[in-house]
Design a protein around this ligand. Structure first.
Ligand code: PLP
Length: 401
C-alpha cells in the first residue's frame, strides 16, 4: 500500500486524536527509514526518543526473536528470567539500590509512582502534590492530573488529586509550594514535551534538597531523559541528585514497549502484596529487548558517543545564522532547534521533503532525538542541510500546530 492509501484508510479507521500522520513508514535500518513509497529518510526523532539502537539492530533482533520463540508471555503469575535480569541490571546501574515494577509504557510507570506516593502520603498525613507548568507525565487520569499543560489536562478534569503547578526551573516557587502537606513532587530533569527545556543548572539538585527539607517524596520522571539520551544512564546523575522514585520507559526497550518504576531505600517497600499489578508488564520479550539495549549501550560505549555526537549536532546548529533560527538547547542527543516564530510545523515539513525526520514539538521548537547510534557524519549531513530547510520553510505559509 502506498503512503496515500494508508493515510486515507487510517483516517477512516482510527479516532481523530492524532490527526492523520504525514507519512507511513515501512521499514528501517540503523538511523535510516523508508516510507511506504520507498523514499528514504534520516530518522532524527526515533519514534519520540524510543528507538535507541536505531532500526533492525542485530542485538535487538536476536534478543526479541529468541525470546518470542522461547516464551512470549507468562503474566505475573510466574517469574521469568528476562525480567529478573532486567530488574537486577537496573539496580546495578543505580548503585545496587531500588526495587522495580515493570510496566508497558511511561504513563503506567508514573501511575505506579503516583500510587506509591499516595499510599506513602496517606500513611504520613500528606495529600498534596506538586508538579510543573508545561510538564508532561502521560495521558491516563492519574498521570494527566500531574501534567502541567492545561490544554490537554483541563478538558478531562476535575481530578481527585490536589496538584499545585509551579513554573519549571524556579527553585523559589518550588520551595514555596512544597510544605509539610506535600506528599510528592513530580519533576522532569529537562522538560521533554514542552520542547526539550532544561532548567537552570543546579535546579534539580535544589529540588532534591527542597523535598528532603519538607519530607516530601521526590519523583523523577525520566521517561524521556534516561537510558543514554543525555549522555548519562540517567539525567539525574548530571546533578548527582537521586530521586526517591524514578520512572523510565521510552528508550529502555529500543522500540519494544516497556517502562519501569524504581523506588529507592525504604520506598521500595511501600506496596504490600496486592497493591498493584499489570498483566503484560515486564513481559519477557520486552524485557529481553531492554537487556539488549542496556548491553549494547555499555558494550559499544554509547554514553560517550552520545555526548560527542550531541556536541557535533548542537555545534553545527549553533553555527547556522538564519532569521528563522533563534538557537539550540538540550543535552546529548536530545536537542531542540528554537525558532524565532511559530514556524516549527513548516520546518518539520520542509525537513521531511529534504529527507530528514524531526518533530515540531512546540510551535516554535523542533525536537531532535535520534537513535543513540547516530554517527557524526549523519549529524553533519543534517546540519549542512538545515539552512536550506529553513529557507524552504520560510517560503511556506505559516501552519499553526
Ligand atoms: C512520553 C512521556 C510520558 C508518557 O509515556 P507513554 O509511554 O507515552 O505513556 C511520561 N512522561 C514523560 C516525561 C514522557 O516523555
Amino acid at each position: 500500500m502506498s503512503v496515500d492509501d494508508l493515510r486515507k484508510r487510517y483516517e477512516t479507521a482510527f479516532m481523530p486524536n492524532y490527526g492523520v500522520p504525514p507519512l507511513a513508514l515501512a521499514r528501517g535500518e540503523g538511523c535510516r527509514v523508508w516510507d511506504a513509497d520507498g523514499r528514504e529518510y534520516l530518522d532524527l526523532i526515533a519514534g519520540i526518543a524510543v528507538s535507541s539502537l536505531g532500526h533492525g539492530h542485530p542485538a535487538l533482533v536476536e534478543a526479541v526473536s529468541a525470546q518470542v520463540a522461547s516464551i512470549a508471555h507468562t503474566s505475573n503469575l510466574f517469574v521469568q528470567e528476562p525480567e529478573v535480569l532486567l530488574a537486577e541490571r537496573l539496580r546495578a546501574l543505580l548503585d545496587g539500590d531500588g526495587r522495580v515494577f515493570l510496566t508497558n509504557s511511561g504513563t503506567e510507570a508514573n501511575e505506579c509512582a503516583l500510587k506509591l506516593a499516595i499510599k506513602h502520603g496517606k500513611a504520613n498525613g500528606r495529600s498534596r502534590f506538586v508538579a510543573t507548568e508545561n510538564g508532561f507525565h502521560g495521558r491516563s487520569m492519574g498521570a494527566l492530573s500531574l501534567t502541567g499543560k492545561a490544554s490537554i489536562r483541563e478538558p478531562f478534569g476535575p481530578y481527585g488529586l490536589d496538584v499545585a503547578f509551579v513554573p519549571y526551573g524556579d527553585a523559589d516557587a518550588l520551595r514555596a509550594a512544597v510544605d509539610e502537606d506535600c506528599a510528592a513532587v513530580f519533576l522532569e530533569p529537562t522538560q521533554g514535551e514542552a520542547g526539550v527545556v532544561p532548567p537552570p543548572d543546579g535546579y534539580f539538585a535544589e529540588a532534591r534538597r527542597i523535598c528532603d527539607a519538607a519530607g516530601a517524596l521526590f519523583v523523577a520522571d525520566e521517561i524521556q531523559s534516561a537510558i543514554g539520551r543525555t549522555g548519562a544512564w540517567f539525567a539525574f546523575q548530571h546533578e548527582n541528585a537521586r530521586p526517591d522514585i524514578l520512572t523510565l520507559a521510552k528508550g529502555l526497550g529500543g522500540g519494544m514497549p516497556i517502562g519501569a518504576c524504581v523506588a529507592f531505600g525504604r520506598h521500595g517497600d511501600i506496596f504490600a502484596k496486592g497493591d498493584h499489578g499489570s498483566t503484560f508488564g515486564g513481559n519477557p520479550v520486552s524485557a529481553a529487548a531492554a537487556l539488549a539495549v542496556l548491553d549494547t549501550i555499555e558494550k559499544d560505549g554509547l554514553l560517550a558517543h552520545v555526548t560527542a555526537v550531541g556536541e557535533t549536532l548542537a555545534g553545527g546548529l549553533a553555527a547556522i545564522g538564519h532569521p528563522l533560527l533563534a538557537g539550540v538547547r538540550g543535552r546529548g542527543l536530545w536537542r531542540a532547534a528554537v525558532l524565532t516564530g511559530p514556524h516549527a510545523a513548516a520546518v518539520e515539513a520542509a525537513a521531511r521533503d529534504a529527507g530528514f525526520l524531526i518533530n515540531a514539538v512546540q510551535p516554535d521548537a523542533l525536537r531532535i532525538a535520534p537513535p543513540l547510534v547516530l554517527t557524526a557524519a549523519q549529524a553533519e549531513s543534517f546540519t549542512r542541510a538545515f539552512p536550506s530547510i529553513l529557507d524552504a520553510a520560510a517560503a511556506r505559509p505559516l501552519i499553526y500546530v
